[in-house]
Design a protein around this ligand. Structure first.
Ligand SMILES: NC(=O)c1ccc[n+]([C@@H]2O[C@H](COP(=O)([O-])OP(=O)(O)OC[C@H]3O[C@@H](n4cnc5c(N)ncnc54)[C@H](O)[C@@H]3O)[C@@H](O)[C@H]2O)c1
Ligand SMILES: O=C(O)CC[C@@H](O)C(=O)O
Length: 529
């Protein structure tokens, strides 16, 4: 029995490993203790990898796995150490486990906030390790009545906000990507003015690390802050510029900082560790037993489903989120792929552009449709290497322009999709719709009205519209023992006709050549769907 190989690149809870071991279709390789260079050799044969923050999915990793690996499951939230565009280019689906460690990170943030306000680790060290009892040295501050600025009000930030309200803090959120009511509904103020955050007593950040957020708090922002501000970062190293943070702490402008994450980890040589007004932890945001159990189980389940090709939960680079696609759209996507494939076979030459237009409700989903059409159109030239993840990249790499267009509703069809495929030889334009929500129908090919299902062995025979042609075609096919299953005819105003002939068996080149030699024939093409 063929088995799928899942390589576990970092430590995860035993329960996740057990799930992988128990599945008789999975061959699990535990490589968490392996040196990262040796890992590159092991992952070559893997169908799926499970990684955490200790394994960077970078160029070296991707080069090692490309061609074989289907998916990577990041057992956690942050994917800043995963080269997602690089994975997409190789058709590797990237998934994360977005909520299993939320509470762990929220509670660590509260721990840091309280520790900073009471300098708890330092008083602890004084008594426990230095055996000094000096109560007057350790006056701290209360959370009550302090203004807390939360940058990023997602899963973690919002829960930090709610818990901080219970400490009677005045909480204000900055997150341009949420609806303000997400904050105001839980009694948190909402601002779009970043300066409102900078004027807070305590600031905590909970955004992803990306181009927009890296260094979001630097020297200029710190200069605008209150003297004695407290800064917390349990999200990602580098969101606070570390040099600016160091200078701010050293000068006393920042009274205290609580930091779980660093620009470069492990952070044993980081200069921030030399300061006396900082509480640190070695990236422990997700380190609770509950969270690690949940993450490992979810990551293992996701990896198994991906390896078997069943589903890709929490995929970050699939062009469509299946859960957000209405049921009526899915058959259109499937049909779009077939039309793309058909068009590329009818117009066999290097593709210059693909244009996908939508009319009716389907128009809103024209971008997803374009991905499916592209996969179909490039299937013949790219074989197994093209999929929904890398379709855009493959098209771009081949210099193929993919365009979409949302058009007004058609007067005839509730929904209509048109695919125009231009090669350096010809242009083919196919329109199709869906009857009764699941019957696929091509209704137009290059201006010829037809009514045919995109299915099976299809001969497209274009001829001058003169009597006797249908008989000649039928006789010729019969002579080659090709049985006609369906024959659909369309005419245009220039006295031309297009026959779409569905036949029961594959048609060889000799038969097609003889068809093209018939007097009335203008062109013949053949497609197998
Ligand atoms: N320390 C740890 O071990 C640990 C554990 C879990 C998560 N994390 C990190 O915590 C962070 C938050 O995780 P989450 O689960 O809450 O993610 P999330 O996606 O639920 O929330 C992130 C929020 O940030 C907002 N955001 C994005 N760009 C922004 C910007 N420029 N300005 C303001 N807001 C912006 C988003 O709109 C979103 O609401 C991530 O960086 C994640 O990697 C760390
Ligand atoms: O344990 C890890 O891999 C870190 C997890 C955490 O930073 C996350 O982003 O989910």
């Amino acid at each position: 029995m063929e088995k799928y190989k899942i390589v576990v690149c970092d430590h995860i809870h035993e329960e996740g490993l057990n799930l992988l071991r128990r599945d008789d279709k999975i061959d699990m390789v535990f490589a968490a203790d392996m040196d990262k260079t040796a890992l590159l050799d092991v992952i070559k044969e893997a169908d799926v990898a499970i990684t955490r923050s200790s394994t960077d999915v970078d160029e070296k990793f991707i080069n090692a796995v490309k061609g074989k690996m289907k998916a990577i499951v990041r057992a956690g939230v942050g994917v800043d150490n995963v080269d997602i565009p690089g994975c997409s280019k190789e058709g590797i689906i990237v998934m994360n486990v977005p909520t299993a460690n939320t509470i762990a990170a929220v509670e660590l943030t509260m721990t840091h906030m309280l520790s900073c306000m009471r300098m708890f680790p330092y008083s602890h060290d004084h008594l426990k390790n230095q055996r000094i009892w000096k109560r007057e040295k350790w006056y701290g501050y209360e959370l009550k009545g302090k203004k807390l600025g939360v940058i990023g009000f997602g899963n973690i930030g919002s829960r930090v906000g709610i818990r901080s309200k219970a400490f009677e803090m005045d909480v204000i959120a900055y997150d341009p990507y949420i609806h303000p009511s997400k904050a105001t509904d839980v009694g948190v103020k909402y601002t779009t003015n970043f300066d409102d955050i900078l004027s807070c007593d305590i600031i905590t950040i909970h955004t992803p690390k990306n181009k927009e957020t890296v260094g979001m708090i630097g020297a200029d922002e710190i200069a605008k802050m209150k003297d004695g501000v407290v800064l917390i970062n349990c999200a990602r190293g580098g969101l606070y510029d570390e040099d600016a943070l160091y200078d701010g702490l050293k000068s006393g402008k920042i009274r205290f900082a609580g930091i779980d994450v660093f620009n470069k980890e492990p952070a044993i040589d980081n200069k921030l560790l030399d300061l006396d007004n900082i509480c640190v932890s070695p990236h422990l945001g997700a380190n609770t037993f509950e969270s690690q159990y949940n993450i490992a189980v979810e990551a293992a389940q996701q990896a198994i489903e991906a390896a078997k090709g069943i589903a890709y939960p929490h995929a970050l680079n699939l062009p469509i989120d299946e859960t957000k696609i209405p049921a009526f759209v899915k058959p259109f996507l499937e049909m779009g792929q077939k039309i793309g494939f058909l068009a590329s076979q009818m117009n066999k030459a290097p593709i210059v552009s693909i244009k996908v237009s939508g009319r009716g409700d389907i128009a809103e989903y024209v971008n997803s449709l374009a991905t499916f059409v592209t996969v179909g159109a490039l299937a013949d030239i790219s074989g197994d290497t093209i999929n929904y993840v890398n379709a855009d990249f493959v098209a771009k790499e081949r210099g193929i322009k993919v365009e979409t267009e949302e058009l007004p509703a058609s007067p005839v069809y509730k929904n209509l999709v048109t695919v125009k495929l231009t090669t350096d030889k010809d242009v083919i334009e196919i329109s199709a719709t869906m009857f009764n929500d699941d019957v696929q129908r091509i209704v137009d090919i290059n201006g010829f009205g037809v009514d045919v299902e995109p299915k099976g062995n299809m001969i497209l025979f274009k001829n001058t519209d003169v009597p006797g042609v249908i008989g000649q075609v039928g006789t010729l096919l019969a002579a080659h023992e090709v049985n006609i299953a369906d024959f659909r005819l369309g005419r245009n105003k220039s006295s031309e006709a297009l026959a779409v002939i569905i036949v029961d068996s594959a048609v060889n080149d000799k038969t097609l050549k003889e068809l093209s030699n018939l007097n009335a024939c203008i062109s013949v093409s053949y497609a197998r769907i």
